[in-house]
Design a protein around this ligand. Structure first.
Ligand SMILES: C[S@@+](CC[C@H](N)C(=O)[O-])C[C@H]1O[C@@H](n2cnc3c(N)ncnc32)[C@H](O)[C@@H]1O
Length: 253
């Protein structure tokens, strides 16, 4: 089947990703970085695709999946064939309140799952030059943590430090082309640590193609799928427009 959009780094197919399983399994992706329909809103496309995690397991052994705690909790049985590696939090500047008698939710999770041996996966631990020193550096490691092998958690060399698991970034509110668009800078964190330069990332629920834009900027390749033609059209326009744009550093102050 002909891609909807293609350049030297990004290929976008229109349609349900499950109709492209031959292409997906042949591609030998390093990781899936994706943002499925959580099934929590009244949007017509927001329907959890039952069984997609089994399909994902045939595509890659490394999966970063966006979601809410409610989503991961309700779908726990479907994640059972995956092992949990870590959870991160995206803290947004605004939020969506589903209930007016509970906390306003201003965060989402991005959770990493894997199959097989952790040591067999590509993993470039996420580093940052601006981790908060007071929080990251300790004279003594707390005893309950045991050994943290191979990290520079306590680095005193002034170099990069392991990133904190809460990532504060402005949401795409006001400029998004997908109703639940993820910032390129956010998606980039997950691609960087799980996909080597020149490697391939797959996004099964591509929306606005943030994963494609990020992968291309990072020197990786991306294979994307999006069911709605209107989204494919908007994503293709974006991919053409943003070929040489630098990151939008919209971090929350
Ligand atoms: C949560 S949104 C993804 C947003 C995306 N991360 C972004 O930053 O723009 C999920 C997208 O998956 C699409 N979708 C839903 N089911 C799909 C399926 N089975 N195959 C491909 N795309 C699907 C929806 O149309 C929607 O645009």
């Amino acid at each position: 089947m002909k891609p909807y959009y293609e350049d030297s780094a990004v290929t976008l197919y229109h349609g349900d990703f499950r109709d492209h399983m031959d292409t997906l399994t042949a591609a030998k992706a390093d990781a899936i970085v994706t943002d499925p329909p959580y099934g929590e809103t009244s949007l017509d496309w927001d329907v959890w695709p039952i069984g997609w995690l089994a399909d994902a397991a045939a595509i890659a052994d490394n999966l970063w999946c966006f979601g809410s705690f409610r989503m991961f909790h309700e779908r726990a049985a479907e994640f059972a064939t995956w092992k949990l590696a870590q959870d991160t939090v995206w803290e947004k500047h605004n939020g969506s309140g589903f209930h007016n008698d509970r906390f306003k939710r201003v965060h989402e999770f991005a959770v990493q799952w894997y199959r097989g041996e952790w040591g067999g996966l590509y993993n470039d631990p996420p580093k940052t030059a601006d981790a908060m020193r007071k929080t990251v550096r300790r004279k003594e490691r707390p005893t309950h943590m045991g050994e943290i092998a191979g990290t520079n958690y306590e680095s005193t060399d002034g170099g990069d430090r392991i990133m904190r698991s809460v990532i504060k970034l402005r949401s795409m509110h006001g400029k998004a082309i997908n109703e639940t668009e993820k910032p390129v800078q956010l998606v980039s964190q997950y691609i960087t640590c799980s996909v080597p330069i020149g490697g391939l990332v797959v996004d099964l629920f591509a929306g606005s193609a943030s994963t494609g834009v990020a992968a291309r900027q990072l020197g990786r390749k991306a294979l994307l799928f999006e069911k709605r033609e209107s989204q494919c059209e908007a994503a293709a326009r974006r991919l053409e427009r943003e070929t040489s744009q630098p990151f939008d550093l919209g971090a929350i102050a």
